[in-house]
Design a protein around this ligand. Sequence first.
Ligand code: GCU
Length: 608
Amino acid sequence: MNLRYLVLVVVSLAVAVSGEAAQQTAEDLRLITNVDHRETVSLNGDWHTIVDPYEVGYYDYRWRPSQWGFFRDEQTRDESQLIEYNFDDSPVLRVPGDWNTQRDDLYYYEGTVWYRKAFSFERREEERVFLHFGAVNYEARVYLNGKPIGRHTGGFTPFQFEVTDVINSGENSLVLKVDNRREQDEIPTVNTDWWNYGGITRRVLIVRTPKTFVRDYLIQLDPEQRGTIRGWVQLDGADPTIPVTIRIPEAGLSRTVTSDVAGRASLSMDAAGLELWSPTNPKLYDIEIEAGGRVLRDRIGFRTVRTRGHEILLNGEPIFLRGVCIHEEAPLRTGRAFSVEDARTLLGWAKEMNCNFIRLAHYPHHEQMLREADRQGILVWSEVPVYWTISWENEATYQNAKRQLAEMITRDRNRASIVLWSVANETPNSDARMKFLTGLIDTCRTMDPTRLVTAALEKSYRGADTVVISDPLGEYLDVIGCNSYIGWYDGLPDKPARVRWRSEIEKPLVISEFGGGALAGMHGRPTARWTEEFQAEIYRNSVAMFDTIDVLAGTAPWILMDFRSPRRVLPGIQDGWNRKGLISEQGERKQAFEVMSKYYQRIEAEDE
Ligand code: GCU
């Protein structure tokens, strides 16, 4: 064996024993929430990158892994050294952002890209320092100043590592190995109908905190007692029993609590006079949480959401969810969306269509989308990518799904807009799938008793034109989602008007997907597939069908905007795009947009 490799293997094995934080589990995420209102330093911008399809930066020629990666950032080189890479002279990629739409040579790339950010930092006494990643798709191995810091899998949820004892005062080198390959036993699995955008797709922040600080909290109305705020505050640090004061100044509310030895303090506040959050009045309150002389701020809306028979109740009143599905595809520029501007454009289009509800498919979207939905008064269905043919029998797959669900709930459980957590989309029934999904449903209820749990199920027929939902999972859900493409995959555009629905489950039903495709600007007879007229005809007949479903609690057409998918390869029409959008990715409204807008206008008038 070559001496160099021998040295590296020995050194690497030594390092492998130290250093890398184990991947969190759902039970011990320790995630710092509400980073928007903390002291942070942004590491967004240009990062040097090395495309590494054979992972030579991680495995030696005998395919043995080095825990710190051979692509460490060598600061000192002598001319005789054999080093076959150089970050400084390598091309840059923008962070946040997927790599597929930044470079033509990476459009279809699925594999490893190494990212390196050199930055300077001034340490302070009595502080703790964390690296926070909004999301990295799909596996991230993180190294700081040559040391392995940790690993995370899951392309749509935040994660962080404490680097208090690793970050330098002065120059630092942060290196990530990012690998977006699809694998059968991952979440999602290999089979999806969306583009596998790889990269550091959301923001990267350094978070600075006091030695003991407020890490996380739940401050929401008690769904069974609308006049009471119930929740808790979680401290993190050596002195977990310092008093914590929660204030809502505008409402004249203040409560001081003391944490237990684990840093957890329960919270209960009389909130009878609070203005309730709703789509027609998206009232947000400034919240102050003071501990150890430091004040953490947030903006929180207060509302309750429950069900009664076939109805969804918002603040005790029935509400019809006038929705639309949204993928995290950036409008106009395309690629992975990540900015508040992206969120404002997409939510603006949804509101133009008279929506009060969005289904964020099929994975947790970026945090700015949820904060913008809070501000604009739009109700949200938020979902983990437990999609189609998951490896139901694999325990590691289940733990991965459960952790991603916990990461989603932990990040967003104070967002008034979110009313539904979804644990799955169109999953084939089996005993293993039922065990897997009822476990996720339990996790939702344990972590967040204030919201409803749903999933997008598939329908079945009883006779030629009667649809029933007989999925056994329905029994465990609060709200039944059902995807139905009558008129597109199932019959022609006139079929929906003939179909009747029978719901055998006494729970609210939301048609969580429906519709069909059209190329914007393509016109012809309503019988000519891919014309706007064909798509609009599906929508007109779908609306006629909805008018016959008296237990309907909401609808969400698939989908607001065309989105990239490798499954959609029809030349001249799809070209790698799923064309079921009501709007093209360039913002061109199709005729069906108007059909939905008028339907929701009528529903809204009937609800008043
Ligand atoms: C399915 C699936 C979507 C997919 C859509 C389609 O219902 O849930 O993710 O994009 O159908 O076929 O376009």
